[in-house]
Design a protein around this ligand. Sequence first.
Ligand code: HEM
Length: 422
Amino acid sequence: ESPAGGTPPMPGASAPPMPPLFTHEFATDPYPAYAWLREHAPVHRTVLPSGVEAWLVTRYADAREVLADPRLSKNPVHHSEAAHGRGKVGIPGERSANLMTHLLNIDPPDHTRLRRLVSKAFTPRRVAAFEPRVRELADRLIGGFAERGHADLIHEFAFPLPIYAICDMLGVPAGDQDDFRDWAGMMIRHGGGPRGGVGRAVKRIRAYLAELIHRKRGDLGDDLISELIRASDHGEQLTENEAAAMAFILLFAGFETTVNLIGNGAYALLEHPAQRRLFQDAVAAGDTGLLRTAVEELLRYDGPVELATWRFATEPMTIGGQRVAPGDPVLVVLAAADRDPSRFADPDTLDLTRRDNPHLGYGHGIHYCLGAPLARLEGRIALSALFGSLPDLRLAVEPSALRRRGGLIMRGLRELPVEFGP
Ligand code: HEM
């Protein structure tokens, strides 16, 4: 066992050396390094690029346990560095914008109350009714480049689709949605980095949402923000600040994730011709069952969320045989857990027909993705519209030329240039 703050357990003399983490090569393909960690140092203390020290949990069984363990808090006040004013977690600019009280940063009982309220508004029925609108959005975006013979699938498709979809759902008027597209662009370009763009974008979103909620209070409609305002739990209403924080987390959690599901998913299909044929045949045959299974497998194989969001130990505890001290950050590496050979057969193989697939791409436990039904719908509609409309879609550059976006939590491409047609 390694002491807190020390090096990983010494591998046996014959073990290969640990591949470096957080390099360019790692960003392109982190899976070999994760395989090494799963095997030799499944709960591994590391220094993150930001300078913060944290534990990485890479085995499926440990990951699932940690995600559901109430001794780990989501509230950054529990971070040992927070006490010294050195806390470097969370979205820059978010604190000043007073949007901290959202689901991913709070514990029960507040989490339970807010999640129950939002679940009343964000119902499976509301999501299912949204399918024709997502299809229309996808077709409109594809129509914007279909004649041209080439496109950047991230900027022209994967990026705008979820932002327009969630704006529609929230009830942001059509005339304001391009502002949201710009603000979201500022947030994603800076990838959660320390530059000013994120803070500015968050402030504008905050001001806009406060105004919108205020307006809607006097004129409730059939949208999610109106439902949030209406939703009450034993007569208890959301405060305007809670409603704004909720609208913000729905935008923030549902945006870059879905961009990456469409981007990573399209890239994986382009790189696996036999699986891609299977997918296109299912689109042609209207085999929704296979399309659903396929989207789950794309999530497992190269999912949008590489690491689950921050958790902090609130008491001394043991994770996978490793002692973890109170205040220590614990990061669950979903991308590593979802390729664990002790849970998934042939984990490094993309198999769109995989049935036994309890992947952790949407998390697990009380913070399990609230937007999973919407994400599944958007992923299935977007990818089937794309490969159905442009059956000869192909990469326009060598895979080695593709760049990844920075940032610790998410895993996604900066651009995805494609060609199609004669
Ligand atoms: C939570 C993944 C899309 C809203 C989460 C978590 C994961 C995740 C892994 C848990 C994080 C943790 O425990 O640290 C994804 C993926 C998506 C996606 C892979 C797309 C493919 C969406 C969408 C929405 C959304 C479209 C909403 C419109 C949320 C919210 C939470 C959450 C509100 C926090 C839930 C809570 O703390 O109770 N998501 N998500 N997500 N997601 Fe998603």
